[in-house]
Design a protein around this ligand. Structure first.
Ligand code: ZN
Length: 201
């Protein structure tokens, strides 16, 4: 992998040089707005869009990458009923539905990661992401990590709704994998506060 990182990488769409930080899983071309997953078989296209800042804050505005996973979930069996699926899947006894997971793709403490992922996923606050001509780097978690974290979240959502959950069997299918750039304000001491839900990490 180290050798690969030393190569000059060019955008597959427009030929511009791409910025790749050590260990990045994804690269974004600021010239043409196309994103690529860096895989063993080369650059694979991936959709990258950005959220607009909704809150004015202090400090430098930076964009941090999140995995945006659209999933279909079917609950096969559970022994206690939590509120999450009822709310999310439109009430009644519906046992299947869709969840859009927002999973941080940048490195942060596990508690921060869980807090961001939980609140963004429950609130689904980025209805219409768009193309921005801005820099985005620091992709520390790849697609496989994101899928595992999404499943972890799903289970924790359900477990937290009930202290009597005994059985929980589900099937999760991911329909699409995209990247969302979420705006954060970076304070002088290095803390990050997102410009949408105002969570400080
Ligand atoms: Zn390009």
């Amino acid at each position: 992998m180290a050798d690969f990182k030393l190569e000059a990488i060019k955008c597959r769409s427009c030929g511009s040089g791409l910025v790749v930080e050590l260990n990045d899983f994804i690269t974004y071309c600021t010239s043409c707005g196309n994103g690529f997953e860096i895989t063993e078989s080369g650059l694979q296209p991936i959709e990258i869009n950005f959220a607009t800042a909704a809150i004015r804050g202090e400090g430098e505005l930076v964009y941090k990458p999140f995995w945006f996973l659209k999933s279909r979930i079917e609950i096969l069996e559970r022994e206690s009923s939590g509120g999450f699926f009822k709310n999310l899947f439109g009430g009644g006894n519906s046992s299947s539905g869709e969840i859009k997971f927002y999973i941080p793709a940048f490195y942060c403490h596990i508690d921060s990661l869980k807090s961001l992922a939980t609140q963004f996923t429950l609130k689904n606050p980025v209805a219409s992401p768009q193309k921005f001509n801005t820099k985005i780097t620091g992709f520390s978690y790849g697609r496989e990590d994101a899928m595992k974290l999404a499943e972890f979240l799903l289970i924790s959502f359900e477990a937290e709704k009930s202290d009597t959950m005994k059985t929980f069997r589900y099937e999760i299918n991911f329909d699409s994998y995209e990247i969302l750039g979420i705006p954060f304000y970076k304070s002088a001491d290095g803390r990050l506060t997102d410009a949408i839900l105002e969570i400080t990490v």
